[in-house]
Ligand binder design. Structure first.
Ligand code: NAD
Length: 117
């Protein structure tokens, strides 16, 4: 498929799960990846995976709940790749699976950000 070659794809929540899978899939199709995640270490691992596979990636630590952080993400993406062609607005906190196994800090982060019922 040629459609993604040379395109720049921003993937929020790209450090794990669905976002990671989308980032790796876009990279395999030739897109340049801009990873945006709260979790620096996880995001860096995905960026390394992409580069090791011959792809291009830049990692921008981003809290998508912060307008300032998202503006910084846009600026960094454009600086690096000239434009943004694809945005996967995937970051989020879902607790539908394995809730008992989730680390306490992630639950605390969700409560802090989105409130408690
Ligand atoms: N997995 C499912 O079954 C399922 C079902 C319905 C919806 N979803 C949604 O799909 C998305 C991805 O799900 P997943 O299972 O891959 O989740 P995941 O927890 O594996 O990955 C989510 C990633 O988003 C990051 N993140 C969380 N809040 C963020 C923020 N404010 N700013 C930047 N990064 C942030 C996390 O650090 C993590 O790397 C989520 O929005 C989730 O709510 C998932």
């Amino acid at each position: 498929m040629d459609d993604f070659k040379g395109r720049a794809a921003v993937v929020t929540g790209g450090g794990s799960g669905i976002g990671r899978a989308m980032a790796l899939a876009f990279a395999r199709e030739g897109a340049k990846i801009v990873l945006a995640d709260l979790d620096r270490a996880a995001m860096d691992r995905v960026g390394t995976e992409i580069r090791d596979g011959g792809g291009g990636s830049v990692e921008v630590e981003t809290d998508v709940a912060s307008l300032v952080a998202v503006e910084n993400l846009r600026r960094r993406a454009v600086e690096r790749f000239g434009a943004v062609h694809i945005v996967c607005n995937n970051a989020g906190v879902g607790e539908s699976r394995d809730i008992l196994k989730r680390r306490a800090e992630r639950l605390d982060r969700a409560a802090e950000r989105y409130g408690t019922a």
